[in-house]
Design a protein around this ligand. Structure first.
Ligand SMILES: O=C(O)C/C=C/C(=O)C(=O)O
Length: 263
């Protein structure tokens, strides 16, 4: 049994590691009897503390480790979810300072902007598509609070699935007569192609990842609200950034997005 104080202590450790940009030893090595349910409890406490201390609010949700590329890169073979907060959103056109990060990486994603409540269990891909107002290109900056960016499934869940910042493209597209799983994507660093992928890399269809998350949220009485943003998970491996880097993702059908980094 893990005591409530331990859950609070783990959330505090993660909160302070992010605030002070310092690395943490994995929780699983230090807290026996840790399981998935408790890891999401730690995540919730961490998010609550961030909302209070950083005076921010929930903007939406993110999925993690939904593609083979990411699962193989991190050695974690199950998807996870986390919470996006309003103060994590950045905008294309404003160079992003590397200052606040520990060892951040960037990855391309498909964002969903929801127009109605989505509450599990039993949510299907069709339900997700019917509740989607727009899709848009997105870049997510992830930053693990663990030493060497190395973690287990439980550690990464507790760490809000490595959430750090996100940027959504200006062009919002309504779902139409195209198949999201077939939408192609080119990911570039300083104009050179780093990786190419398609929507299907995310659990076969990005809306499938969203449905998976909504059904998991139902286990703790949580649900997606109208207006919330959902990042469906990286289509490729993540790439570390350095000063003066420019990253871009170019999607078939729904446009491109680029961000630049400064010291
Ligand atoms: O790789 C991590 O640090 C965990 C988060 C992964 C994602 O956000 C993702 O795969 O999209």
């Amino acid at each position: 049994m893990i005591a409530t104080e331990s859950i609070e202590q783990m959330a505090d450790e993660l909160f302070l590691a992010e605030k002070n940009a310092t690395e943490l030893d994995k929780l699983v090595d230090r807290y026996p009897h840790f399981d998935v349910e408790l890891a999401y409890e730690v995540q919730q406490r961490l998010v609550n503390r961030k909302c209070i201390e950083e005076k921010t609010r929930v903007a939406g949700w993110k999925l993690g480790l939904t593609s083979k590329a990411k699962q193989e890169m991190m050695g974690v073979h199950e998807p996870t979810y986390g919470v996006l907060l309003q103060n994590m959103q950045l905008y294309s056109g404003e160079p992003i300072s590397l200052g606040p990060f520990i060892h951040a990486k960037i990855e391309p994603e498909i964002a969903f902007i929801m127009n109605r409540e989505l509450r599990g269990p039993g949510v299907t891909v069709a339900d997700v598509l019917a509740a989607t107002e727009y899709v848009a290109p997105a870049l997510e900056i992830i930053d693990s609070r663990y030493r060497g960016f190395s973690f287990t499934l439980l550690d990464v869940i507790a760490d809000n699935s490595s959430s750090s910042r996100f940027i959504i493209g200006d062009k919002l597209t309504r779902l139409g007569d195209f198949d999201l799983s077939l939408v192609g994507m080119v990911f570039k660093q300083n104009g050179k192609i780093v990786a190419t992928s398609a929507g299907a890399s995310v659990m076969g269809h990005p809306a499938k990842a969203v449905a998976w998350m909504v059904n998991k949220l139902a286990l703790t009485g949580q649900y997606v609200k109208p207006g919330e943003v959902i990042l469906s998970g990286a289509l490729t491996g993540a790439v570390a950034m350095k000063e003066n880097d420019v990253f871009s993702c170019h999607f078939d059908h729904f446009g491109s997005l680029d961000v630049s980094f400064m010291k």
